[in-house]
Design a protein around this ligand. Structure first.
Ligand code: ATP
Length: 377
């Protein structure tokens, strides 16, 4: 890691401003120069693989970890060195951390009671939040008498009842099965909209982040590689890592020579709105669902074309996944909705095409993070 960069001031209207924050553990750098502003009322997801530094970032916002460099502001106030209980922030952990000997109502009202709120008022307020999370009528149960999803709702109600400025959520659905997770995702989004509290949500699950977040950041080895609205980051990822982490992506090398940029088979590469690369090392990314497959003897509609041989076809119900061998020895993946009238089979020769607007360039090495504005420019 190089010398610390100067720390810029907090964005005045941001709920959370993380400015030039790094965190080392001994020689290891867990988080590098994270710069992040969360708007008030925003649902923001911090996404990345295990060990990328997302939990450490969240823990620094919560006050459980000190940054090595940089500063953290909550609504413009520098909280970098404040302990957790002096920050207007609550955290929902994956483990829920409910008190086993207390009832649902007592767990939910616990924070209010500690702040000196009277018993009747605390119960009334806790009751409102239990209703909000769909647990009206569960007041007298203890955590051991609840399912994982219900315990998660109690943890959420307990965190929200204090009405913090910011709620931090650290893989809160990690212990839930796939179906309950899906239901909880919808619920959580609804609850967040209703209460209007800023959510910073840490997850390694890209579908979860994409379905809930207003914006997301993708971290890799302690660095944010891309940040923006889920659709923008999916459709125009800034780096190869982001393209491949957020769903599936075909990544093709580009030939750059006097004739311009070309696909590995020599066909021209056409991408809308961006200049063709003039240096080697660039790649082009194209999502499997954007590839059009036509029989080799029929005209394809996309401006980018190559031929390929179908090697494998997997029927997935709503769609079919095809694997294709390319003339340059690479493999492509294509998804087709099962509405197409033509059937493809292993061994078929096909024309693979895609429209200029649907591919994106990927730089040789990740640079500083891109913003939506820069990508749109
Ligand atoms: P996961 O999804 O597995 O929780 P993460 O993206 O949240 O991963 P962090 O927990 O932030 O990752 O960890 C980032 C890096 O910092 C990892 O390499 C981890 O081993 C290291 N790390 C985290 N906490 C400590 C610590 N207290 N001491 C030493 N190293 C740590």
């Amino acid at each position: 890691m190089t010398e610390p960069r100067p720390v810029s001031p907090a964005a005045s209207d941001a709920a959370i401003s993380i400015k030039g924050v790094s965190r080392r553990f001994g020689d290891a750098v867990a988080v590098q120069y994270v710069d992040l502003d969360l708007a008030r009322g925003e649902f923001f997801a911090l996404l990345g693989p295990s060990g990328c530094g997302k939990t450490t970032t969240l823990r620094m916002v919560g006050g459980f970890e000190l940054p090595s460099t940089g500063a953290i502001y909550l609504e413009g106030k520098d909280v970098t060195t404040l302990p957790p209980y002096k920050r207007d922030v609550n955290t929902v952990f994956q483990s829920y951390a409910l008190f086993p000997h207390l009832t649902v109502m007592e767990n939910t009202a616990f924070g209010l009671r500690r702040k000196g709120v009277g018993k009747a008022e605390a119960a009334a307020r806790a009751g409102e939040y239990l209703e909000l999370v769909g647990l009206a009528g569960f007041d007298k149960r203890r955590p051991s008498q609840l399912s994982g999803g219900q315990q998660q709702r109690v943890a959420l109600a307990r965190a929200l009842v204090n009405h913090p400025k910011v709620l931090l959520l650290d893989e809160p659905m990690g212990a839930l099965d796939a179906k309950i997770r899906k239901t909880m995702q919808h619920e959580l989004k609804r609850i967040q909209r209703e209460v209007g509290i800023t959510f910073l949500y840490v997850t390694h699950d890209q579908a979860e982040a994409m379905s809930m977040a207003d914006r997301l950041a993708v971290m890799n080895s302690g660095l944010i590689e891309d940040m923006g609205a889920p659709q923008r980051v999916y459709d125009r990822p800034a780096t190869q890592f982001v393209a491949e982490f957020l769903g599936t992506c075909n990544v093709l090398p580009i030939i750059v020579d006097g004739a311009g940029a070309r696909l590995p088979d020599g066909n021209p590469l056409v991408i809308d709105g961006v200049a063709a690369p003039t240096e080697p090392g660039w790649k082009v990314g194209i999502r499997p669902e954007k590839l059009e497959l036509t029989p080799a003897n029929r005209a394809a509609s996309g401006a980018n074309r190559t031929t390929a041989t179908v090697t494998e076809v997997t029927y997935l119900g709503a769609s079919t996944e095809a694997r294709l061998a390319t003339p340059w020895g690479g493999e492509l993946q294509a998804y087709r909705q099962n509405t197409a009238e033509t059937v493809i089979r292993p061994g078929d020769q096909v024309e693979v095409s895609w429209h200029a607007a649907q591919a994106f360039l990927l730089p040789p090495t990740p640079t500083a993070i891109a913003t939506d504005e820069e990508v749109a420019a």
